[in-house]
Ligand binder design. Structure first.
Ligand code: ARG
Length: 260
């Protein structure tokens, strides 16, 4: 199993523009930013994950959300084509990082929007992918082709849950939590062979689905004690971590971790 994760120390993290409904320009406490990020990193390492770091560029405050860099599978990386101009420069920085380390990187045609593991989950030979806000259907099709994976495309319908990883989390091959308000019935019914546990609107707004899954461990945004209890009963080890500062940017734990 993949146990190496790419993180970006948030030395230039801030909310200086707004490209999702959560980015309301609330001031960020930079001391807390560091504290919360190190808590995540230390927890991952304590649990046995290996961490790799990429340096953050000063004018790219959202680089901390490394999950958006691309989708990685078998040493291949399909790099993101960020939808918003504010993030487009990130691609070159991540490309160089992966190129220098021997990964085979792929750049999609410019007319395709794609935001990597914000919108994709690789499980076995399948890629579950969200589209509609940050990634296009044609882009996830192309990414699945390049990575030689079968695609399960899921259309996202709620702008508050603009990436798949804000509303769907695969905790085991055959078990996921999801927020029903982010999908039409027709869409979610396309998910077969995976047991689905619905989270409430409050849990979804606390980014409960934006959890990092590592073996039987689930690193989940704070405030979700009820869900922690349910998942503990099902054999998961749930660790609740405060990410208040990153939520001001519309991101939390899973957004900040890219399994490579
Ligand atoms: N401010 C960032 C954006 O809007 C947050 C990205 C969150 N990442 C994620 N994987 N959901 O792009």
């Amino acid at each position: 199993m993949n146990n190496t994760v790419l993180l970006c120390p948030p030395i230039h993290f801030d909310v200086t523009y707004s490209i999702n409904p959560w980015m309301k320009g609330e001031p960020v406490n930079s001391e807390l930013v560091m504290k919360q990020w190190f808590h995540m990193k230390n927890t991952l390492e304590f649990l046995g994950a290996k961490t790799k770091l990429i340096g953050q560029w000063p004018l790219l405050p959202d680089m901390v959300f490394t999950a958006n860099a691309g989708t990685v599978h078998n040493n291949k990386v399909v790099l993101s084509n960020f939808k918003h101009v504010e993030r487009k420069m990130e691609r070159q920085v991540f490309k160089q990082w992966f190129d220098e380390r021997g990964y085979k990187t792929f750049v999609l045609p410019e007319d395709m929007n794609f935001e990597g593991c914000g919108d994709t989950i690789v499980s076995g030979n399948q890629m579950i992918a969200g589209y509609g806000f940050r990634s296009d259907l044609k882009a996830i099709r192309r990414a699945a082709e390049i990575l030689e994976l079968n695609l399960l495309p899921l259309k996202l319908k709620n702008p508050n849950f603009y990436h798949l990883d804000t509303c769907f989390s695969l905790l085991r091959e055959d078990f996921a939590i999801y927020y029903p308000g982010a999908f039409s019935k027709h869409t979610i019914n396309k998910v077969k062979d995976i047991e689905l546990l619905a989270v409430s609107e409050e849990e979804a707004n606390r980014f409960a689905c934006n959890s990092i899954v590592f073996q039987d461990h689930v690193l989940m945004p704070a405030g979700n004690e009820g869900l922690k209890f349910l998942l503990t009963e099902r054999g998961f080890d749930v660790h609740l971590l405060d990410t208040s500062e990153f939520l001001k940017s519309g991101g939390s734990l899973q957004c900040m971790a890219l399994w490579i």
